[in-house]
Ligand binder design. Structure first.
Ligand code: NAP
Length: 283
């Protein structure tokens, strides 16, 4: 029976430590501030944004929200980002995805000042991650890496298999694991014989968004299994990508959904906001 990695508890502990750092900054007259831009009315985005706002409040980060109508033009979006770039009181800027199709999200991410890019999506920060330099690591991969650290799961020499190659999870997570000297395989929708690959994983991470895709016969005995997926069923119940009930009997460590990677993602956003405020006040 696997050890359950308690993301909720670890995130709480992380936020408490970050609150101490935030209080220390405030004593020096620095109040970290995050600006969040949301375009349109996506219900899942609303929940994510609400949770981010709650976490900021708890830690003492100033939080400002810009809710844009889904008819907003690219120029209006870019102009808002430029205004926030120029605002010295704003330390972090986050553009909540998805945004409507008529907008170019890559141009928007590129426009965010890379020193305020607390989501780690700017090409400069992605490049620095690839080069192994200090940077803003995107929040979900960073949260997973913190879990490995906390539970003393050493990646050096391990066979890590990642399901999913998105720019926000799969690819940066692969880079983070490579930076820790793991051997990485990334699988995606065109991968053949996926079970043969997953069965060889010492550490299996799923980020594809398919409920209960990872069954116990796809997992090696004693593997560490990290479930990034968040899937909403018709009954509104949230499930992960992993068949938790069966896989937990085979894995050595496993993350639940909910209560696993999700809370750590938000804690790492707070971490990046405080880091941004510190960096900007050292300059
Ligand atoms: P995404 O952009 O849709 O990417 C999904 C990836 O999974 C793609 O690379 C896709 O392959 C691959 N894929 C889809 N079906 C597959 C299959 N049957 N076999 C193998 N690979 C398959 O998704 P995302 O934004 O990375 O998010 C992935 C999941 O993580 C979602 O459930 C999302 O809600 C969740 N998520 C959770 C957090 C958190 O904080 N816990 C944060 C972000 C995302 P192709 O590239 O070939 O299309």
């Amino acid at each position: 029976m696997a050890i359950i990695i308690d993301g909720k508890e670890l995130a709480k502990k992380t936020r408490m430590n970050l609150k101490i750092e935030c209080d220390e900054l405030k004593e020096k007259g620095i109040t970290p501030k995050l600006a969040v831009i949301m375009v349109g009315d996506n219900p899942a985005s609303k929940i994510y944004v609400r949770n981010k706002s709650k976490a900021c409040q708890e830690v003492g980060i100033e939080y400002e929200e810009y809710l844009l109508n889904d008819t907003v033009t690219q120029k209006e979006l870019i102009d808002l980002i430029k205004k926030l770039n120029a605002d010295k009181k704003v330390n972090g800027i986050l553009l909540q995805s998805p945004i409507p199709d008529h907008l170019d999200i890559n141009e928007a991410f590129r426009t965010i000042d890379y020193r305020k890019d607390v989501d780690g999506f700017h090409p400069m920060n992605v490049g620095k991650l690839v080069l192994g330099q200090d940077t803003f690591v995107s929040c979900t991969p960073y949260g997973v890496m913190r879990m490995f650290e906390e539970y003393n799961i050493d990646l050096c020499g391990k066979n890590v298999v990642i399901l999913g190659r998105s720019n926000i999870v799969g690819k940066p997570l692969a880079q983070c694991c490579l930076n820790k000297n793991a051997t990485i395989t990334i699988c995606h929708s065109k991968t053949q014989n996926i079970e043969e690959i997953t069965k060889k994983a010492d550490i299996l991470i799923s980020a594809i968004g398919k409920s209960h895709f990872v069954k116990s016969d796809m997992v090696k005995e004693g593997a560490v299994v990290i479930d990034v997926g968040i899937n909403r069923g018709e009954d509104k119940k949230i499930t992960g990508d992993v068949d938790f009930e069966n896989v937990k009997n085979k894995a050595s460590y496993i993350t639940p959904v909910p209560g696993g990677v999700g809370p750590m993602t938000i804690a790492m956003l707070i971490n990046n906001c405080i880091k941004a405020a510190k960096n900007q006040n050292q300059e």
